[in-house]
Design a protein around this ligand. Structure first.
Ligand code: HEM
Ligand SMILES: *[C@@H]1O[C@H](CO)[C@@H](O)[C@H](O)[C@H]1NC(C)=O
Length: 399
């Protein structure tokens, strides 16, 4: 696709995404409310007016620009109606999930909680830059498996098999610094801030440290009392799984193809070990890899049987390795994707269209990435009196 076609596709896409609600009558408000209770599967997706529709049913209705001009002409200033009409239908009523989370959940119980997480994430980033990368991956591995419930952080004991020891967790690092964040919070407000919220908030701050967008996230998640190590292979795709499997996994948590493509943009930071690459290099090089890039990868991973203990790896993005940006998509278009799941995004029309759009427009990528990460961060959290607030993120509370 040449750049002009890409531009046209982008415009068309934005046009459909910015479809306006016709007007602001009570009738429409009621219609919208009804819209919230329609089963998830039968709803249209991709409608930007509806933010977080699969969870909080938060619907924002923005009057058209011409309606706003008319109001101003008539001397009617900004009213809540002309600004935003925000309908919040509690998702707890319609689905048993997402409900219970809210912005600034700790405003009374631990007012400085979010500030402390941010301070610790910045401090850790300055000491070990790659902690920020880990916080982003942690969110995926925790939330994708059953629930955002910090099950990922549980260490192996007599009663628990840690998710960290699963094959899919290969290469995950920096867990010990979660304890640094938790200790700072425990000092300020003991047994108050959950480890699941630490996962969400540290990922949010990690994205910011990596040059990405700030994503307001709700809090109030509680921690599981068990590991879900037994279902990881079902919930988290493997590095070489098919596009249809990858899309169906994400669809099962309310994330469509466009947002799946956006989420994988997280692979614009961090590294991949050779064990996850050799399948594309030996015995013969995967023909979808750019020949020059293949030479580079063969240099990084000179053996078909790399020692998994050896730190042999390649950076995800050689140009901007510590920045979450759309370089990932540009690399894919140049056949420089690292994992099979990355590169195959350009081989299928259903995902390739979004790769092109994101490669061409970083702010569109940030917008979709933010929405997708938010959806992921609210996947069936434990709230209310479910679960517990762990005192030490590594172990369930005694008793
Ligand atoms: C189909 C889905 C995905 C698959 C199969 C996958 C697989 C992988 C693999 C194999 C690695 C390299 C591990 C290593 O060799 O050290 C990796 C790294 C990483 N993944 Fe994913 N991933 C997926 C989705 C995601 C998502 C949705 C996110 C976050 C939003 C994410 C964030 C990361 C990050 C940040 C790294 C770099 C970690 C580091 O350098 O320490 N991944 N992923
Ligand atoms: C995918 O990779 C795993 C190793 O992670 C390997 O055992 C498996 O055979 C590969 N599957 C395919 C279809 O290449």
């Amino acid at each position: 696709m040449d750049s002009q076609t890409t531009e046209t596709a982008r415009k068309q896409h934005h046009k459909s995404a910015n479809r306006e609600f016709p007007s602001l009558t009570k009738l429409h408000a009621i219609e919208t409310l009804l819209f919230c209770i329609v089963p998830k599967e039968s709803r249209r997706s991709g409608d930007e007016q509806i933010s977080q529709w699969s969870h909080g049913c938060r619907v924002r209705i923005r009057p058209s620009a011409s309606a706003q001009r008319r109001r101003r002409k008539m001397g009617l200033g900004a009213t809540p109606m002309t600004a935003f009409l925000i309908l919040v239908c509690s998702s707890a009523v319609f689905r048993g999930e997402g409900g219970g989370l809210k912005l600034n959940y700790y405003s009374k119980s631990c007012p400085r909680a979010e500030e402390i997480v941010k301070r610790e994430v910045v401090k850790l980033y300055n000491e070990h830059g790659n902690t920020a990368v880990s916080w982003v991956r942690n969110l995926f591995h925790d939330c994708m498996v059953e629930s955002c419930d910090a099950s990922l952080l549980l260490e192996t004991t007599d009663a628990v098999i840690s998710e960290q020891s699963a094959d899919r967790s290969f290469g995950m690092r920096n867990f010990k610094y979660v304890a640094t964040i938790k200790e700072a919070l425990e000092k300020e407000c003991p047994a108050t801030v959950s480890c699941a919220d630490i996962i969400a908030l540290s990922a949010r701050e990690g994205v910011v440290m990596l040059g990405g967008p700030f994503i307001p996230m709700r809090t109030g998640r509680r921690d599981s009392r068990e590991s879900h190590a037994d279902v990881i292979d079902k919930d988290i795709p493997n590095h070489n799984d098919s596009i249809s499997l990858v899309l169906s996994r994400f669809r099962s948590v309310g994330i469509d193809a466009e947002r799946t493509v956006a989420l994988l943009g997280a692979h614009s930071v961090g590294r991949v070990h050779c064990v996850n690459l050799v399948g594309r290099l030996y015995p013969t090089v995967d023909p979808t890899i750019d020949p020059e890039y293949a030479k580079y990868l063969l240099g990084r991973c000179p053996s078909p049987n790399p020692d998994p203990e050896a730190v042999l790896y390649s950076r995800n993005d050689r140009e901007t390795p510590m920045i979450i940006d759309n370089m990932y998509y540009k690399n894919l278009l140049h056949h420089k994707g690292l994992l099979k799941v990355d590169q195959q995004l350009v081989s299928y029309p259903s995902t390739a269209q979004f790769v092109k759009l994101m490669a061409a427009d970083n702010s569109y990528f940030y917008d979709q990435f933010s929405k997708a990460l938010l959806l992921l961060s609210e996947n069936t959290p434990l709230t209310g009196n479910k679960g517990e607030v762990r005192k030490d993120c590594r172990y369930v509370n005694a008793g």
